[in-house]
Design a protein around this ligand. Sequence first.
Ligand code: UDP
Length: 474
Amino acid sequence: MSGLTSVPIASIPLQRFESVLDRQTYGAVLEHARWARELFAGRALWNVNSTARGGGVAEMVQSLLAYARGQGVDARWEVIAGDPAFFVVTKRLHNHLHGNAGDGGRLDGAAREVYEETTRANAEALAERMASDDAVLLHDPQTAGMIPVLKQLGVPVVWRCHVGLDRPHELTAGAWDFLRGYVRQADAYVFSRPQYVWDELDRDRTVLIPPSIDAFSAKNQDLAEDTVHAILDVAGLQEDGAARTEASFTRIDGSPGRVERRAEIDEGRPLRSTDPVVLQVSRWDRLKDPLGVLTGFVRHVLPHTDAHLVYAGPSVEAVADDPEGRQVLDEARELFAGLPAAARERVHLVSLPMTDLEENAAMVNALQRRADVVVQKSIAEGFGLTVAEAMWKSRPVVASRIGGIQDQIEHPRSGLLVDDPADLAAYGRAVTDLVRDAPRAVGIGGEARRRVADQYLGTRSLVQYTELFARLLP
Ligand code: UDP
């Protein structure tokens, strides 16, 4: 089965970034944009992945491609097609790359046959659309099988791996073995961190580009303080914001959006606009340790401060097809219900509506801006998007010293890292110190913002991709 689906891409001018970058960085970004325009004059850059919606990768691709078009590059986006048997194999690859046995199935010869048949058909479909001067950027394991077919056309092919694991597992090694033969044939492979680069790949073809966030999306765009309170009021996340303005935000296509839905909240009493807030935004997943966040807060922060804990995750309906998510949310609720009344008064378990993802993002944005301290008590993390999002909003973040978070936060300058994610007391001390020492929190928040502006905005990725394709294009 083939039949690529083209995804429409907006075109957003880079001039937007003038307001958020320093002059020197902004100048360099425009310089690279001119270079990219010249490099890609008369050719298209075809991006291929397996989904247009849902998930951090699709979100990032959508935003980067809109800026690529804004800088004058003819960027295209195609989503591959496959039958259920193909997606069983790619799901298995995904699970194995995360060190998880999934359905227990093997990546054997039969799996390879299914995988190759579909990736070949998709590559052939892409070849029909492409011109001989074009270039290709394939994303993630679902597309790696396309590399050998596309290489036969003589076009530059780059493969971008968004997946990464701190401590590879034997399952991970099996998935790499499955993919390595295809990936090796690419002209370059892009990974997020040096630790995620697979063994036996050619170092000269390896490029490191960290993930990025979109400074202007509903999740990260600037919101006036009044708007933050208005959004929290409307969503039922705060009771007395006395909003003097609308709960409005700007959608990615530039149209106005408004927060209308209410979150579902377990709490002893509603949050007030003057309560200090400690926040973690995460899926209901054991690797985000919501129970540890709750217990750590109740034992080690609550007695020493007047702060409230808000743990916000996606709505129950959104986790309906995710049995583990459902179970973790139930366990968090049970733990909450068993707290003494005085502790329940200062804990808020929030399920954010997911019907309109941009509305959901605006709620996350408002919560992050409202927080005095943001926590990311993960046990494993490739790259903590929530960490970058909070840092961009000048929030001091306390996070586990694991995975990509260690690159993002330079302890103790632009955030605080806790060596052992299981050490609730150490977490509690770091959070308590920041809640009680506002000047320090503000100082760290300022450094955090600078760190993201410098390293983790899409403009930096665009510069890096331009440098990469400059090496590959004739
Ligand atoms: N997120 C969201 N709504 C929610 C909970 C999380 O939009 O209710 C977002 C969060 O802001 C971040 C992403 O989901 O952009 C999670 O990415 P991260 O890298 O932190 O963790 P992952 O869930 O990919 O493991």
